[in-house]
Design a protein around this ligand. Structure first.
Ligand code: NDP
Length: 391
């Protein structure tokens, strides 16, 4: 029987790779039920036609006419506006790929969780923002989180969840991004174009900038803590420029188990889609004999303060991860719009965190998703005001 799937954010980098897996899979293995996008009506319509989707949702309705025109006469239901994403996610399917960028993915992903559907979790911002509330809901609804971030997918594959006391630490690897070797005194001058040019991975704009500041690794640190129920002190980050070892688990006897693979997101995506089985991801096979070196270094925390900020947020708990994520989203957006410089991104996040710590309100636990969304909105306003002061 075909696995029925929904893709939230099908027009993005992860969304398109997910559809690539479907395209190359055995006939009848997957049935695409619903697809969503924000603005890209043209690609969404093309995908709906190619994959015979039953429902398409466009969050920003300004391009709705394009979608309706392209799908005229076809048996595809069309939804527009943010509510349509909830409708798409609520279709009773077997698997939902959560690949919207940012905290905007939280409510649609939760709508899928509410149906007890297994989630391919690419959208790390939703777990960083809502933390235990998110993982608690997953448990209550008997949904299952299948991590798609390559690091978390690697850990998921090598972690012995039946015997947690045997685990000493999780080791997240990081490529180091485009500025790994850039001298600290040249970081001020880096351009948007160079920040977007990741040396190994081809990804959407926001995660590419997060990879350049290393905030992506910071968000992954928080994500790993919630996903695998480990405190900050049991999660290390090391730089591994080749991105071949996707992450590791160290056990108390000194064994380290790692997952290796070509740096191609279709591997963890295929893993999450086929789970608990495996399928051919149609990617380049890793030729270990063709490799010169696999290098590992400690990250430079002076050059990449985002790592310390994220660790601070994780260790502080309460609202801090939600605050850091919202501030980061606003700062990255401003950088992508050429409103601020590269180093302003972490400076801005630091400033927003500082404003909150003086009010000691990190300790306030958020008890509902509505409170999470309200905190996220509040921080966005604070961060936007702070940006106005910078320009
Ligand atoms: P992209 O920017 O490439 O795609 C984002 C998708 O979300 C698009 O379909 C976009 O629609 C949609 N979208 C954007 N804003 C909104 C909104 N406000 N409401 C609803 N939908 C929206 O992102 P990526 O695919 O790179 O990343 C997606 C997630 O996966 C992120 O959380 C990222 O951290 C994570 N991830 C990505 C990796 C990668 O290799 N790209 C690797 C590991 C994790 P539209 O096209 O219309 O704008």
């Amino acid at each position: 029987m075909a696995k029925r799937i929904t893709i939230l954010g099908s027009t993005g980098s992860i969304g398109q790779s997910t559809l690539d897996i479907v395209r190359n899979s055995l006939k009848g293995m997957f049935e695409v039920v619903a697809l969503t996008a924000n603005k890209n009506a043209k690609l969404l319509a093309e995908q709906a036609i190619e994959f015979n989707a039953q429902y398409v949702a466009l969050s920003d309705s300004s391009n709705a006419d394009i979608l309706k025109e392209m799908l005229k006469g076809l048996d595809v239901k069309i939804g527009t506006g943010p509510e349509s994403l909830i409708e798409a996610a609520s279709y009773k399917t077997d698997f939902c790929m959560a690949a919207i960028i940012g905290a905007a993915g939280l409510e649609p992903t939760l709508a899928a969780v509410n149906q007890g559907i297994n989630i391919g979790l690419a959208n790390k911002e939703c777990i960083v923002t809502a933390g235990d509330l998110f993982t608690q809901r997953v448990k209550e609804k008997r949904s299952k989180l299948l991590p798609v971030d390559s690091e978390h997918n690697a850990i998921f594959q090598v972690l012995d969840i039946e015997r947690p006391s045997g685990v000493r630490r999780l080791i997240l690897t990081a490529s180091g991004g485009p500025f790994r070797s850039t001298p600290i005194n040249e970081m001020r001058m880096v351009t948007k174009e160079s920040a977007l040019r990741h040396p190994v991975w081809s990804m959407g704009a926001k995660i590419s900038i997060d990879s350049a500041t290393l905030m992506n690794k910071g968000l992954e640190l928080i994500e790993a803590s919630y996903l695998f129920n480990r405190p900050s002190k049991e999660i290390d980050i090391i730089i591994h420029p080749q991105s071949i070892v996707h992450s590791m688990v160290e056990y108390i006897d000194g064994s380290i188990l790692a997952q290796l693979g070509s740096p191609d997101m279709r591997i963890p995506i295929a893993y999450s889609m086929a789970w608990p089985d495996r399928m051919n991801a149609h990617v380049d096979r890793l030729d270990l004999t063709a490799m010169d070196n696999l290098n590992f270094f400690k990250p430079d925390l002076n050059k990449f303060p985002a790592l310390n900020l994220a660790r601070f947020a994780l260790e502080t708990g309460g609202t801090a991860p939600c605050v850091i994520n919202a501030a980061n989203e606003v700062a990255v957006d401003a950088f992508l719009q050429d409103k601020i410089e590269f180093l302003d991104i972490t400076r801005l996040i630091d400033g927003v965190l500082g404003k909150y710590s003086s009010r000691a309100d990190f300790k306030t636990e958020m008890s509902t998703i509505e409170e999470v969304i309200s905190k996220d909105n509040e921080v966005r306003k604070v961060a936007t005001e702070n940006i106005k002061k910078l320009i």
